[in-house]
Unconditional design. Structure first.
Length: 723
């Protein structure tokens, strides 16, 4: 058989013309065990679909004898679409699905062997929480002491490690909480069984159990698939690998595609050693490396290569492109989070003014709390943005909780009272709140004043303690700084303790970032009040959240996996932030995962890439930040380091029509200080129009329209400009 004929024969539906030599080799390889190391942007989906087409058209394999496993429904749909376009008449019968969807099909046919009906139920997250609510009531467990998420993680780990409820109970060693967790685990399994339901973990575990218990069923399914192809192989876990091995046990033909350098989900069970050791498990394995990148310029790829070489657990490869060197990567160290955000805004506005679209930009960050300053500055500068797969900073539950506590100090309004009175748990239910609301309406009072005056006879100890706490904060506000009041709120309310006890690290980081926000506000507006701050924040939270098709993309690096953008900013590249403090505590394993995450971030960019950090003191890392080690690991030949230069002016109130003229910080301050004088009309990003009453020691006293009033603001702050 002439393999080249597949590429050249006129009667064939599929052509090799668009493949490079490594891709062709991967497609036509007849190795029973084939490992394709596919670098970022190297066209792995094209190779997978072409290989399926080659098997069908050239090798004569029936489509239903081919199984392709992907890890998202979106990827499966894309692969089916491509196969259908290449082979419209013969390709439709190929098995292309996620591993969970495949398991559902297997169980729907053979689960009766395990005593379940074929029409079993798949329990979603709401179903799981409903069962846990029943169990918590049964065993008198408070959700605040054992959040549902943590309990579901406990159940998942035990099931995956094949630890039974009986074993878990023995392992509890008499500890009250651990004993209750083991009992809830037992209740959960029995409750699922009583309604013939399986959760997502069960779908894989039950198929493995089915195949191990009934070898004839395993042989039936393994005989069906003559060829198995697995995408994103670097992200599979041990149970998934065991299932794939069972399915390939008859014909022993399997192609795996992945990139160890992009293993960033070990916290979800992914095990990079599986793809690394595939040759040891199958000595006849042929390995082909796809290292030509079709996405980025060579400066970006070379920088990413130089970074990832510091990892030990990887398959050696260097990505390259035929797109030319391209622009150098810009690195910039800024003095604060705010100035870092202004730098990003400035770059975007300049390029949009020259013809770029907002949608062509992405801002990537290690953790969600880092979006706060970016969102603030984007709102000020009328830059449309969308949080990809997430929630805007000021709309996150923990941020709104603390803001409502602060509102209690200023206004003690009913909405804030309802939100925080039972957060953390104080034993106040909805029925109690309904009765307090009725009493408040009868007496013409707020709900807070109703309980403060003792008009509601029940739960007096709880309400008295709560009111004393609020009144104490009001007294603090008279003499202390806003950030000191904030710290008191966080500690006295028990909110910090609640998050720490529940190990809600990311939520706690968001709260600490809000404290950074308040400290920055105090510095910028030294004569403003807590009421002023809350009014300003309301302008951000009231902003329409509908996504604009022409918006800057804000997203975590994990969410960016598999995506690409013309222009990418990676912000927050400070030690303890990225790499994060908690992963550094894991030693070399954690550091290498963080470096892979940085590698993924860099390789999302097609044309331009900016890397930024700042030296501001942060309550998240409890220190002044220093430049990330990852910046030092990138070959400086590919970087244009602007850190020694002064920050350009970035504030721009008009829709961008021309490129902004960059000015040094000194020039900006001199210009503003010289320009602002008594009687000048100014415009502020949030407070809008105002008139300057005086300028003393670079502090401008400005009268703004109702309801903002008179404010004292740094005269050189980028949010102000003269009209």
């Amino acid at each position: 058989m002439c393999i080249i004929g597949f590429a050249e024969s006129e009667d064939k539906m599929v052509s090799f013309n668009d493949l490079n030599e490594q891709q062709k080799q991967a497609v036509i390889s007849e190795a029973d065990h084939l490992r394709i190391i596919a670098g970022a942007g190297s066209g792995k989906t094209r190779v997978l679909t072409m290989k399926i087409a080659w098997l069908i058209e050239e090798k004569g394999v029936r489509p239903y004898r081919i199984l392709a496993i992907t890890f998202t429904n979106k990827a499966a749909a894309e692969m089916r679409r491509r196969i259908s376009e290449m082979l419209p008449e013969t390709g439709s019968g190929t098995w292309i699905s996620t591993i969970h969807s495949l398991c559902v099909r297997i169980l729907s046919e053979d689960i009766e062997a395990l005593g379940y009906p074929r029409n079993f139920t798949i329990a979603d997250s709401d179903d799981q929480k409903t069962i846990l609510k029943e169990a918590y009531k049964e065993f008198s467990v408070d959700k605040s002491l054992l959040p549902y998420g943590r309990m579901l993680d406990y159940i998942s780990v035990n099931k995956t490690e094949e630890v039974s409820p009986e074993q878990a109970l023995k392992m509890a060693l008499g500890d009250d909480l651990e004993t209750k967790k083991a009992k809830i685990y037992d209740y959960y399994l029995k409750r699922l069984h009583s309604v013939y339901a399986l959760d997502f973990d069960d779908l894989i575990l039950w198929v493995i159990k089915l195949f191990e218990t009934f070898p004839e069923i395993r042989k039936k399914w393994a005989s069906r698939f003559h060829y198995i192809l697995v995408d994103e192989f670097q992200d599979i876990d041990k149970q998934q690998y065991k299932l794939i091995e069972q399915l390939s046990s008859v014909h022993q033909r399997i192609t795996v595609v992945g990139d160890p350098d992009q293993t960033i989900y070990t916290w979800r069970g992914a095990d990079v050693s599986i793809i690394m050791n595939f040759e040891q498990d199958h000595p006849d394995t042929e390995t082909i490396i796809l290292d030509r990148n079709y996405r980025s310029t060579n400066n970006i790829l070379s920088a990413a290569n130089s970074l990832i070489r510091h990892n030990r657990q990887r398959v050696k490869k260097d990505l390259y492109s035929e797109a030319g060197a391209g622009k150098k990567i810009v690195h910039k160290t800024l003095p604060s989070e705010e100035s870092e955000a202004y730098f990003v805004a400035n770059q975007i506005l300049e390029l949009v003014a020259s013809g770029e679209k907002y949608r062509d930009f992405a801002v990537l960050y290690r953790s969600n709390y880092l979006s706060r300053s970016i969102e603030r500055v984007f709102v000020e500068n009328r830059i449309p943005y969308v949080i990809y797969g997430g929630i805007r900073f000021y709309e996150r539950a923990e941020v709104k909780d603390i803001l409502c506590y602060l509102r209690m100090i200023v206004n003690a309004d009913d909405l804030s009272f309802i939100r925080v009175i039972n957060t953390p748990k104080r034993g106040i239910g909805s029925a109690t709140l309904d009765k307090i609301r009725e009493l408040a309406q009868e007496h013409g009072l707020s709900m807070y004043e109703t309980v403060r005056q003792g008009l509601y006879p029940k739960n007096q100890n709880v309400f008295s303690s709560f009111c004393r706490m609020i009144e104490h904060w009001k007294e603090l506000l008279q003499n202390e700084r806003l950030d000191d009041v904030f710290t008191a709120v966080l500690d006295d309310s028990g909110y910090r303790t609640m998050l720490e006890k529940d190990k809600e690290t990311e939520r706690l980081e968001n709260v600490k970032s809000l404290l950074d926000d308040i400290r920055e506000y105090e510095k910028t507006y030294p004569d403003s009040s807590l009421s002023d701050y809350l009014q300003m924040i309301s302008l951000y939270t009231d902003k329409a959240s509908e996504s604009d098709s022409n918006s800057v993309n804000l997203l975590t690096i994990h969410a960016a996996k598999g995506l690409e953008f013309e222009n990418v900013f990676v912000i927050g590249l400070s030690e303890g932030v990225f790499p994060s403090e908690r992963t550094l505590q894991e030693g070399m394993r954690g550091l290498e995962e963080e470096r892979r995450l940085a590698y993924v971030a860099l390789t999302r960019a097609k044309q331009r890439l900016w890397l930024t950090d700042n030296s501001q003191f942060s309550y998240v890392v409890q220190n002044a930040k220093v430049k990330s080690r990852f910046l030092n690991e990138i070959d400086p030949d590919y970087l244009d380091d602007l850190s020694e230069e002064v920050r350009p002016r970035v504030f721009f109130r008009e829709e961008p029509k021309s490129t902004l003229k960059p000015l040094s910080t000194t020039e900006v301050r001199q210009e503003k200080s010289a320009a602002l004088k008594k009687g000048d009309l100014v415009e502020h990003a949030v407070f809008k129009d105002g008139v300057v009453l005086s300028v003393v020691d670079k502090i401008a006293t400005i009268a703004f329209a109702y309801p903002h009033g008179v404010k004292k603001i740094l005269a050189d702050h980028p949010s102000i400009h003269k009209k």
